[in-house]
Design a protein around this ligand. Sequence first.
Ligand SMILES: [Zn+2]
Length: 481
Amino acid sequence: MKKLIKNGTLITASDTFQADILVEDGKIVEIGQALHIPDAEPVDASNKLVLPGGVDPHTHFDLEMFDTVSSDDHYTGHKAAAFGGTTTVMDFVVQNPPLPIGERAGVRGGFRHDVDLWLQKAEKAAIDYSFHMNLTHFDEQVAKEIPSLVEMGITTLKVFTAYNGRLRLDDGNIFKALRIAKENGMLVMLHAENGDVIETLIPEALAAGHTSPEWHALTRPAWGAAEAGLRVAGMASVADAPLYIVHMNAAGEVDMLKYARKHGVKVMGETCPQYLFFTIDHLRRPDGAKWICSPPMRTEADNARLWQGIADGTLQTIGTDHCPFFYDGTKPILYEGQEVAIPGKELGADDFTKIPNGLPGVGDRLPVMWTYGVRAGKMSANQFVALNATNPAKIFGLYPRKGALLPGSDADIVIWDPEKKVKYGVAHAQHRTDYNLYEGWELVGYPEKVFLRGELIVDNEQWLGKRGGGQFLKRGEGLVL
Ligand SMILES: [Zn+2]
């Protein structure tokens, strides 16, 4: 039952130091120098780094979209996450259109129904997980039901300023949601784009015969992201509520975030690796559909401003928005010995609006950010831990159980080999899809062993985790960073 991780260099959000870690019953029980515990199974971490397991605040497993479904489910996606050093994920529950008031009493309908459906999908979980609630329909009845989410351990509501008639709430309802969140110790998360501008530009583009992937970006302008972010930050200030902007992608958004934070607004920001490395030029490639996600890729200047926002602390977290699709869903791939094909990006071959929106990434995040962030001198190893594990745990009410190497924390531990060289790509990544955004990239530094609550679930190339081995995490009120 006891494990002793010896001689490693621990990296936390604030410190780097040599120590041993004693693990018992799934928890870290002691951290100290030269621990001598004769009845503990030794794990040698000499010349290795020891990090808290990654916490990815933004995934979409088994999500229906455009007559298909994201190609990783709550098992395959968790497995991919674990191989990349991530041991906790947060997925978004779809809010079903509410039944008419009156029919909603009892067990049918409402958030309980929506959350139960997601819990059922996630029974195959292989790492620990929790949920955010999409708030895409709002009326008096929904408003009354929101506090019940807190009892279910869901303390976050995601709202959208885009996707008119589908996911978007109007400004008045977003403001009301912010107030309800404030009253109940919840956090509103924001997808910031300008739905009205987008819904004007898309039909114009199609009418002019523009059907290629780059038009996905050209019809979703960066200014919409910047102004929508600031607009809702302003509402959050009036409501005295915290706000978290997901998948920040544009330079202007970082500027607006900095402005709002300077003025005391409790607003925080997440970006994703794809917005740091890719641009609209990738959408112009023949295989540009691989890079289709919303919001879209921008420019090199946007990449650079996001990196700067990470370095100077304007942004708090790195999530993945993992929502993979096959590039060619007509050709099966081999996954765990079985042929699998799931309709994907080819659905939009003649029309960019029909390309499923989303990318693989949950397993890529830590290795890619280590090589191109830490090794490239763009962030310290401690910042890497803060952005990818500790800050998400703090903001979303999981700290110090997750995202920390502390006595009492869950023993979610990654032994990281800083010298391991990997030629990365689809053959190495474990996502259930047929491509990888980082194909051919040289990585230096990779997880060697991954422990989930003290259980070894990844040992180099070997998968030791299991379906159903992950636990649902009820979250409490988070911190404003
Ligand atoms: Zn998302």
